[in-house]
Design a protein around this ligand. Structure first.
Ligand code: COA
Length: 436
C-alpha cells in the first residue's frame, strides 16, 4: 500500500505524529494501529500520554491470533483456515480440537494417538466424586462444573509448569478428557443417579451420552445419529475468537496461573446469561409464543421495543451465523430419532417472517447459533440448566488453544488494562469524630 501511516495532529500543541498502520491476514477486517503509539502524544512533559478509552473492548484487539477467523460481515467462520461447514460435515470434535490446538489437521497416526490419549484420561480421581457430592442436590450444574474444574488444579500441582511443553500438553489432554466426565457427573448429581464411569470403547460423544443417560442397561449403545449430532454441535462451539470467556482464559492465563484455574475462570465467564445462556432464553421465548398463530403479534411487540427476539442478532455477525444454518439441518436429523420437537415449527416460522420483515432486514438481524441449539438439546432430553455446561465442554479445546497461543506469543505479558480515573482529587483523612 502507498503510505501505510496515520498522521495525527494534536491541536493542543500543534504537533503532528506519524503512526504506522499494520494489517492482519484480511486487510478489510483487521487494519490496526498500536495503541501504545498514542503514548507519545503529550500536552506537556509530565503528561502520561494519550490513552485509548474503549469500554467493553468494542474496537480493541487484545491479541494477534491464528486460531479462528470470525468474519461477521461476510458470515464466515474458519478454524485454522478451514470453513466451519467442512469441519461440521467431515471432521470429528476430537480431530477439530487437535486442529485448533496444533494448527494442522492430524495425520492418521497423530489422530490415533491423540484420540487414545484423551480416551485414557477421562477418569476423575475418586475424591472429585466426593467433592461433587458436597454440592446441594439442586445445585446449578454450571456452578458445580466451575468449582470442580478449579479444584482439579489441586490434584495436578505439575500443571503450574506452564512453560514446560510436556506438562502443558498433559494438562490439555486431561482437561479435554475430563470435562465431559465432570459435566455428566453434575447431571447425575442433580438427578440423584449413580455416576457412570467412562467407557473407553466409545467415541468422545458416545461416551458422554452413556455417562449421562445409562440407567440399568448391561450394555448402553449410544444412538449413532445423536452421537454424531452432539459431535457436530461440539465442533460448532469449539472456538469463536476473542469472545468473553476466551478473553477471560487469556487474562487469567497471562498471570501464569495453571490451566485448570484459568479454565474455571473462563467457564465462569460463560456462565453469564449474556454469553452461555442465550439458548435457554430462546426456548422460553418459543414456549411463551406457544403456537404459530401468535407469531405475527409477537413480532409486532418486538418491533415496538417491548422485548427482543431471542436468538436473533449478534455483536459480530451482521449476516446469517454460519453455525445456525448447520444446526438447523442437524435438528431435522435429531428429530428423526427423538420425534419432532414442536418448538422447531414455531422457530422456523419465526425465522421466515423475521427475515422478510424490514425491521430485521434493515438492522441486519439474523438467527444466531443459539436460535436452534436449545431445541436440539431439549429433544435429546437434556435439561436447560445443562446447556451452558455442554457449551463449556465443547469450548474447552478453544480456550486451551487460545491460552497456549498466548503463552507462546512473545508480545504478551500480564494483562493490565489502564483506567480513566474520574474520582475525587487527593484529600486529607477526616477523623471519625469530625465527620458529618
Ligand atoms: N430483537 C429485536 N431487535 C434487536 C435485536 C433482537 N434480538 N437485536 C438487536 N436489535 C435491534 C436493537 O434494538 C437496535 O435497534 P435500534 O437501532 O432501533 O435501536 C439494533 O438492532 C442494534 O442493536 P444493538 O443492541 O446495538 O446490537 P448489539 O450488537 O449490541 O447486540 C446482541 C447484539 C446479541 C446483544 C443483540 O442482538 C441481542 O440482544 N440479541 C438477542 C439475544 C441473543 O440472542 N443473544 C445471543 C447472542 S449469540
Amino acid at each position: 500500500m502507498a503510505n501505510d501511516t496515520l498522521t495525527i495532529t494534536d491541536n493542543r500543541t500543534g504537533k503532528s505524529y506519524e503512526i504506522p498502520i499494520e494489517y492482519g491476514t484480511n486487510p478489510l477486517r483487521s487494519t490496526y494501529i498500536r495503541a501504545s503509539e498514542l503514548r507519545q502524544i503529550k500536552a506537556s512533559d509530565d503528561d502520561f500520554g494519550l490513552l485509548s478509552y474503549d469500554p467493553s473492548f468494542v474496537n480493541t484487539a487484545s491479541s494477534k491470533s491464528e486460531v479462528t477467523l470470525v468474519d461477521g460481515i461476510a458470515g464466515v467462520l474458519h478454524y485454522r483456515g478451514y470453513p466451519i461447514e467442512q469441519l461440521a460435515e467431515r471432521s470429528t470434535y476430537l480431530e477439530t480440537a487437535y486442529l485448533l490446538l496444533n494448527g494442522e489437521l492430524p495425520t492418521p497416526s497423530q489422530l490415533e494417538s491423540w484420540v487414545s490419549e484423551v480416551t485414557i484420561h477421562t477418569l476423575l480421581n475418586e475424591r472429585n466424586k466426593t467433592f461433587i457430592e458436597g454440592f446441594h442436590y439442586d445445585a446449578h450444574p454450571m456452578g458445580m462444573l466451575v468449582g470442580t474444574v478449579g479444584a482439579l488444579s489441586t490434584f495436578y500441582p505439575g500443571a503450574k509448569d506452564i512453560y514446560d511443553v510436556e506438562s502443558r500438553e498433559k494438562q490439555i489432554v486431561r482437561l479435554i478428557a475430563k470435562m465431559p466426565t465432570i459435566a455428566a457427573f453434575t447431571y447425575r448429581h442433580n438427578r440423584g443417579l449413580p455416576y457412570v464411569m467412562p467407557d473407553n470403547e466409545l467415541s468422545y460423544t458416545g461416551n458422554f451420552l452413556k455417562m449421562m443417560f445409562r440407567i440399568t442397561e448391561p450394555k448402553y449403545t449410544p444412538d449413532p445419529v445423536l452421537e454424531r449430532a452432539l459431535d457436530v454441535l461440539f465442533i460448532l462451539h469449539a472456538d469463536h475468537g476473542q469472545n468473553c470467556s476466551s478473553s477471560t482464559m487469556r487474562l487469567i492465563g497471562s498471570s501464569d496461573a495453571d490451566p485448570f484455574s484459568a479454565l474455571a475462570g473462563a467457564a465462569a465467564a460463560l456462565y453469564g446469561p449474556l454469553h452461555g445462556g442465550a439458548n435457554e432464553k430462546v426456548l422460553r421465548m418459543l414456549e411463551t409464543i406457544g403456537s404459530i398463530d401468535n407469531i405475527p403479534d409477537y413480532i409486532e411487540r418486538v418491533k415496538k421495543g417491548d422485548f427482543r427476539l431471542m436468538g436473533f442478532g449478534h455483536r459480530v455477525y451482521k449476516n446469517y451465523d454460519p453455525r445456525a444454518r448447520i444446526i438447523k439441518k442437524t435438528a431435522e436429523e435429531v428429530f428423526g430419532v427423538t420425534g419432532r420437537n414442536p418448538l422447531i415449527d414455531i422457530a422456523l416460522e419465526l425465522e421466515r417472517i423475521a427475515l422478510e420483515d424490514e425491521y430485521f432486514v434493515k438492522r441486519k438481524l439474523f438467527p444466531n447459533v443459539d436460535f436452534y441449539s436449545g431445541i436440539i438439546y431439549q429433544a435429546m432430553g437434556l435439561p436447560t440448566a445443562l446447556f451452558p455446561v455442554l457449551f463449556a465442554v465443547a469450548r474447552t479445546s478453544g480456550w486451551l488453544a487460545q491460552w497456549q497461543e498466548m503463552l507462546d506469543d512473545e508480545e504478551q505479558k500480564i494483562w493490565r488494562p489502564r483506567q480513566v480515573y474520574t474520582g475525587t482529587e487527593m484529600r486529607e483523612y477526616v477523623p471519625l469524630d469530625k465527620r458529618g
